[in-house]
Design a binder for this molecule. Structure first.
Ligand code: BES
Ligand code: ZN
Length: 456
């Protein structure tokens, strides 16, 4: 083990240069113009995995390729535990570009932070695991288990191809658990094991009004304005206490236990800090729950994008022909995504005035995830976190979603160990995304210790 730790300590400068190469690929899965960049990124990643001694292949899918990289298997038929390390090389769109202090795909290092789209979500986090394994392989230190890295290119758009890939390659991917660093921790002093993620449903609603944009002076007043109708419709989704008014929306939710509420109350990021971090005039959420509970254990209805009419410079006096909202709902354990989708759609249709025509298009969907944090593997992960970060780890729920974890459970029967390395101020999905180099280095240490703890 000492050889592994020494190797890690001696190679950080090179690791950082390689990490920058990884970050330079604009692997934006939501935008089809970037398809070649995703392929180039996957090729680079597979080649890198081979360089560090993994047996790596690029597996084509209907969408973006999946990189599968394995530690060399022992010749003898002694069966060793097999773990999967999951991550994604695709990133969120970098827009709005003018808010970046330096270009999103030209990594910039300032002090101990590296700025680039994908730095924390998720390239830096999966690269930390790769570097830990490189240290084992390059120093000839025997690993106590077999590992398979599965790095996909569609996580940010719902992991469709990977789901099919899991079913087709069930045997090959059969494992004891999936290790995922794609979440966060409250601070470097509070490493965390996440035991729950929220689920999600995505959809778009478009309200169609007049057949074309109209002169608002000539026709305005005698025809419905779709933007007004949409604003009115969306305003009826939530009450003043932050509760979703859609009948059936909260069906099936298991109330938080006393223990969990106590746990949430000890979450180190307090409301005042959160307000400052988010730069919002005031926090707002469902009455009766703390901010920590609201953003990790309660469902939401969020408008992610709202478009209608003229958005260019100056004014243009029109009644727009249409208005559209991109919406996602976050779901919590025991909520059924299909049921929520149904009740949301029927509510919106019911309250939609006959002066416009509503079109709904469904996007991706996934259930929430919840796993017991008391099992043997979770305990091993907690020991590895403590060794790497030098602080007692906490247990937490996260509000983000990693849709594929449900398929890992359903298809492979494997639980996911969520060992996030991101910090609350990393700006994931925002302009000026960054990753802290302490997270990168301690993440490598955590991974190095993890295999010993898990297989020991
Ligand atoms: N890394 C995030 C998920 C995450 C972040 C979980 C922070 C918990 C805490 C992941 O890349 C992500 O953004 N997932 C999407 C999934 C969606 C597009 C289906 C999300 O949560 O919006
Ligand atoms: Zn993300």
């Amino acid at each position: 083990m000492q050889a592994v730790l020494t190797y890690l300590a001696q190679n950080q400068t090179r690791f950082l240069a390689e990490f920058c190469d990884y970050l330079r690929f604009p692997s934006v899965s939501a935008q089809s113009a970037h398809t070649p960049d995703l392929l180039a990124c996957a090729n680079w990643l597979a080649a890198h995995c081979k360089n560090i001694g993994l047996d790596a292949t690029l597996r084509p899918t209907k969408g973006h390729p999946i990189v599968v990289a394995k530690t060399p298997r022992l010749k003898a038929k002694t069966k060793r535990p097999h773990f999967m390390v999951y991550g994604h090389y695709d990133v969120q769109p970098p827009e709005p570009l003018d808010l970046w202090k330096s270009p999103a795909f030209e990594p910039r290092i300032v002090g101990r932070e590296i700025f680039a789209r994908g730095s924390t979500d998720n390239k830096g986090q999966n690269f930390a695991h790769l570097k830990a394994i490189e240290a084992y392989l390059k120093t000839g230190t025997p690993l106590p288990c077999d590992l398979t890295f599965v790095l996909e290119g569609e996580e940010e758009v719902g992991s469709k191809s990977l789901s099919t890939f899991l079913t087709k390659n069930r045997r090959e991917l059969d494992c004891e658990a999936v290790i995922i660093s794609d979440t966060g921790m409250p601070s470097l002093q509070h490493p965390a094991l996440t035991y729950s993620l929220r689920g999600i449903i995505a959809f778009e609603i478009t309200l169609h009004g007049p057949a074309r944009d109209l002169h608002s002076g000539v026709f305005g007043g005698a025809v419905e304005n779709p933007a007004m109708a949409l604003a009115n419709l969306l305003a009826q989704v939530r009450d003043k206490n932050g509760r979703i008014k859609i009948p059936g929306f909260y069906d099936g939710i298991v109330p938080l236990s006393k223990f969990e509420r106590a746990q949430a109350a000890h979450y180190p990021l307090k409301d005042a800090q959160l307000k400052k971090l988010l730069g919002s005039p005031q926090l707002f959420g469902e009455r009766g729950f703390t901010a920590t509970e609201q953003r990790s254990a309660r469902p939401t209805f969020e408008i992610n994008g709202l478009t209608s009419g003229y958005q260019g410079e100056g004014s243009k006096t029109i009644v727009p022909s249409w208005a559209r909202a991109k919406i996602t709902c976050r779901l919590v354990p025991a909520q059924n995504p299909a049921h929520v989708r149904k009740v949301v759609c029927s509510y919106l249709k019911k309250i939609c005035p006959s002066t416009v025509r509503m079109e709904v298009s469904a996007g991706h969907g996934a259930e929430a995830y919840l796993v017991s944090p008391t099992g043997r593997q979770a305990q091993a992960a907690l020991r590895a976190l403590k060794k790497a970060f030098g602080h007692e780890p906490i247990l937490m729920r996260e509000g983000g979603s990693i849709p594929i974890v449900n398929q890992f459970k359903k298809i492979l029967g494997a639980d996911s160990l969520l060992l996030g390395l991101g910090l609350p101020d990393d700006n994931a999905h925002s302009p000026n995304e960054k990753f802290h180099l302490d997270c990168f280095e301690k993440g490598q240490l955590m991974s190095a210790h993890l295999w010993q703890e898990l297989a020991g």
